[in-house]
Design a protein around this ligand. Structure first.
Ligand SMILES: C[S@@+](CC[C@H](N)C(=O)[O-])C[C@H]1O[C@@H](n2cnc3c(N)ncnc32)[C@H](O)[C@@H]1O
Length: 252
């Protein structure tokens, strides 16, 4: 009996005790660690902006070209209201026409300071508001609020793409346009697609939920926009699993 008690004591002290301490530490530090990870992600994405724009700059110029015509068609021809979902640090500001009023939505609050400092670099546009929210629930944004909505490199990370697209349609004015540029799944049965599927579980953890193999075009096709134009293409100027892109616009 005494031997049993001694073994039990050893197990409690040497195994269960440290395990309990580790669990407690994990519970206590989970939130601060999560916040630190999000802060670092915001810093990292912001640092990547110049490089990404160098590679995708031409694509973005083509994508956002119609914004000038949309602005010209407005009553006052002056102020285009644009909602950017998953705005990050404001990588797209330089491509918007003069007089664009931007409202940014992003679940990561650590992007706010980058958005503010980047918007002061591009005084031809105005950052009106930054809302901390997911694109799936933009309840702070009224119905028929904006002339244009934008997502670039966002739909790979959201939890519910269909719900986000439903919200995009709600906040767009009738006739308003949704612009998107996303990395997507490669053709099935290719080495690229296998690599995307293999890397996605790890990528999701290190890149805040980013899926390399999403067939995002299917969600947009089924979202019920009045008009949809997009192209799928590859660019060899990026990391291989991210070579496969889609870009286009949809009208409410
Ligand atoms: C790879 S970054 C792209 C940032 C920026 N759009 C760009 O092109 O540089 C992905 C962005 O999507 C945001 N995001 C992630 N989940 C989201 C969600 N559910 N709704 C809206 N934005 C989301 C992230 O916080 C991050 O800002």
């Amino acid at each position: 009996m005494a031997q049993f008690d001694a073994s039990l004591k050893t197990i409690l002290l040497n195994i269960l005790g440290p395990l309990l301490v580790l669990m407690l530490l994990f519970l206590l530090l989970r939130k601060p660690l999560q916040s630190l990870k999000r802060r670092f992600f915001a810093y990292f994405i912001n640092r990547m902006t110049a490089g990404v724009n160098k590679k995708l700059g031409n694509d973005k110029e083509e994508l956002f070209g119609p914004l000038v015509a949309i602005k010209g068609s407005l009553k006052d021809r002056k102020n285009l209201t644009l909602l950017e979902i998953g705005a990050g640090g404001g990588a797209n500001f330089k491509y918007y026409p003069r007089g664009t009023n931007i409202v940014c939505v992003d679940p990561n609050p650590h992007f706010e300071s980058y958005l503010k400092s980047n918007s002061s670099e591009f005084p031809h546009v105005k950052l009106r508001e930054f809302i901390v929210a997911k694109g799936e629930d933009m309840s702070e944004v009224p119905d028929s609020f904006c002339d244009a909505a934008v997502c670039t490199l966002v739909l790979c990370s959201v939890e519910d793409t269909d719900q986000l697209l439903k919200e995009v349609k709600r906040v767009l004015k009738p006739g308003g346009m949704f612009f998107f540029l996303e990395h997507v799944a490669a053709q099935p049965s290719t080495w690229s697609y296998c690599l995307q599927c293999f890397l996605t579980p790890v990528f999701k953890i290190i890149a805040e939920g980013c899926h390399l193999n999403r067939e995002t075009w299917r969600n947009i096709e089924q979202a019920g926009f009045a008009n949809l134009e997009y192209r799928r293409y590859t660019t060899s100027s990026w990391m291989p699993p991210l070579w496969h892109l889609m870009s286009g616009n949809a009208t409410k």
